[in-house]
Design a protein around this ligand. Sequence first.
Ligand SMILES: Cc1ncc(COP(=O)(O)O)c(C=O)c1O
Length: 385
Amino acid sequence: MSELIYLDNSATTFPKPDVVYTYMCDFYRKHGVNPGRSGFDAALETEEVIIATRKMLTELFNGNDHNRLTFSYNASDSLNMIIQGLAEQGDHVITTKLEHNSVLRPLYHLEQDKRIEVTYVSFDSHGYVDPEDIRKAIRKNTKFVVINHCSNVIGTIQPVEETGRICKENGVYLVVDGSQSAGAVPVDMKKMNIDVFVFTGHKCLMGPTGIGGSYVMEGIQVKQTRYGGTGVRSAQRTHLEEFPYRLECGTLNLVGVAGLNAGVKWIQEQGMEKLHEREIMLWDRLRTGIQGLKNVTTYCAENSINKNPVLSLNIKGFDSGDVGTILDVDYNIACRTGLQCAPLVHEVLGTDKMHGTVRLSIGPFNTLEQIDTAVNAITEISAIR
Ligand SMILES: Cc1ncc(COP(=O)(O)O)c(C=O)c1O
C-alpha cells in the first residue's frame, strides 16, 4: 500500500513535529508529578513548565496576564465553561451560522432551558459574516457575541477586528472560537477587541489531544461552573475566584501542556506566516487542479484571500461519504466527509441535503506530490459518472 496521504488536518494535525513526541515523553518521565501542590524540586520544575506555557500562549494571543490563560481538555470544554459562565437568565446572545457544535450546542441547551435568546447571523455567498449584520442584531440585553475565527468547513477567516470594534462600541463582549486559527494566523486580542479567546491544542498549535483552554481579558465576569481541588486555600468552601483557578480544577493534563509547549516553540521556529503561506500555496494547487472538472463543485473557494487551507467539495452523482471511502480505499487519502459538526454551514450552502461535503484540509507536513495525487484522485472519481 502507498503511504497515507493525510488531508484531515482540520480535525487534528497529524503527524506532530518530532520534538512534540520526544519532549512529551522526556517531560513525563522527569516531571510527571503533581504541580502547584507541593514544594519538592520536581513539582516546582513542573510548575515552571506550566507557567512558561501560559506565558507563551498569552504572548501569542497578545493578552496581559498569564494567569488568565487557563487550560482545559479542548476547545469544546472551554467553550462550555465560557458560554455557561457568561450567560445569565434573560440574556440575548449573538452567534453565526458558521459555528461548530461546540458553540451551537451549549447555546441550544441554554435556549431550550429558556435562559437565553439567541440570534444566528448568516454568512454571504463567499463564506464571510458581515460585521454590520452583527451590529443590526444587537439588542439592549445582548450580553455577548460568540463567533468562529476560521471556518472548519470552508476555511474562511472572519473579519474579527471589525466585529470586535462593533462589540466594543455597543458594550457587548466578544468571544472568539479560535479552534482553527490559533497557531495558523495572527491573533491579537487587544487589536481585535477580543474579550475571550478559546483555543485547542491539537490542531494548528501542533500539540496533542486532550489540551485546550481560553484567555479571558481583565474585567470580564465569567462565573465558575466547575468546582474542585486547586492545591491552594483548601479550607475555603467555595471554588476560588482568581485566575487561573477560576476556570481550572483538579490535576492538569501535564503531558498535554508539555506537548503544547513544544508545538508552539516549533511553530515559532518555523515561522507561523511561512507555514501558512506554504499551506495556502498547496491549497491553491488543489483548488485550481479540481475546479475546472465537470462534475466537481467547490464551496466558497474563489481565491486564497483570508483563507485557511481547507477545501470543501462534492462530486455530482456521489454521496460525500462514498467519495471519502473511495479516497481512503483506492488512494489511501484520509479526509473528512459529512457535516463536520457544523450543520448550519451546510444548511446555508444547501449541502445538508447531500449529506454534507468532502473536506480536504492541509497541514504543515503535506507535500506537492501528495496534493497532485489528491487532484488526480478527484479527477478520476469525477470521471466515473
Ligand atoms: C471551529 C471549531 N470549533 C470547535 C472545535 C472543537 O475542538 P475540540 O475538538 O478541540 O474541542 C473544532 C474542532 O474541529 C472546530 O473546528
